[in-house]
Ligand binder design. Structure first.
Ligand code: GTP
Length: 231
């Protein structure tokens, strides 16, 4: 006897099952498979916010420069070999007065983009201090890439590609030159991070976990052109 309310299986009525299925239809599936926390660091005005905006929205913030206050967050989902990677990108303020705020976030970062400006020698010379700061505060296995930004400013460039490469090698970092203005290497640097983090988080590690920094360097050397910025 089921009193007209439909069949009863394991104490659950057909009506209850239909109601449950109806609710499930409205439950959206997650929009990503893994999360990757990436932090942009480097001196003030080297172009961290512009790199993030170019990658996320495809636009370049030209004109008056508004410095970041403390820290800002943006998300972008990129697909790597059928895995949706939600990149949670933290844009930090380069100014010294915000350093204690931004330092608190290092521990969470899985990857860091350390940016200097190829037209600004001070920003390049400060890279070593940033590396020390990262080593003191970030996870030991965080992957780090050095970016020489504003590669479009050919006439006012003072730091050569070779100098950037040498410094990166000395510190064991992956390296790339970028231009937030022209978009040169912008997509590539973020997707290289997404790809490496995807490999670390969901790859087949039967032969042991890969070295993320090594994987990133090899992916970049295979995918960057040697011709430089044609902007
Ligand atoms: P803070 O927020 O103070 O840490 O600075 P930031 O590193 O975020 O610098 P931001 O992205 O705000 O850029 C500073 C200035 O550099 C702005 O006027 C940008 O328009 C300019 N800029 C950024 N990237 C590039 C680039 O690749 N090429 C050129 N030509 N200008 C750039």
């Amino acid at each position: 006897m089921n009193g007209g309310s439909g069949a009863v299986k394991n104490g659950i009525t057909d009506a209850a099952i239909s109601a449950k299925l109806a609710t499930r239809k409205h439950v959206s599936l997650p929009e990503f498979d893994i999360t990757a926390k990436v932090m942009l660091v480097g001196d003030s005005s080297v172009g961290k916010t512009c790199l993030l905006t170019k990658f996320r929205d495809g636009t370049f913030l030209s004109g008056s420069f508004i410095c970041t206050v403390g820290i800002d967050f943006r998300n972008k989902v990129v697909e790597v070999d059928d895995v949706k990677v939600k990149m949670q990108i933290w844009d930090t303020a380069g100014q010294e007065r915000f350093r204690s705020i931004t330092r608190a976030y290092y521990r969470e970062a899985e990857a860091l983009l350390l940016v200097y400006d190829v037209t600004n020698p001070t920003s390049f010379h400060n890279v070593r201090d940033w590396v020390t700061e990262i080593q003191e505060s970030a996870k030991t296995d965080a992957i780090i890439m050095l970016l020489g930004n504003k590669a479009d400013l050919v006439a006012s460039r003072v730091i050569t590609t070779e100098q950037g490469q040498n410094l990166a090698e000395e510190s064991g970092l992956a390296f790339m030159e970028t231009s937030a203005k022209s978009g040169f290497n912008v997509e590539l640097c973020f997707t290289a991070l997404a790809r490496t983090l995807r490999e670390l988080k969901c790859g087949d590690h039967a032969q042991g976990k890969p070295d993320g920094r090594k994987s990133l360097r090899s992916y970049i050397s295979q995918n960057t052109s040697t011709g430089g910025c044609s902007c």
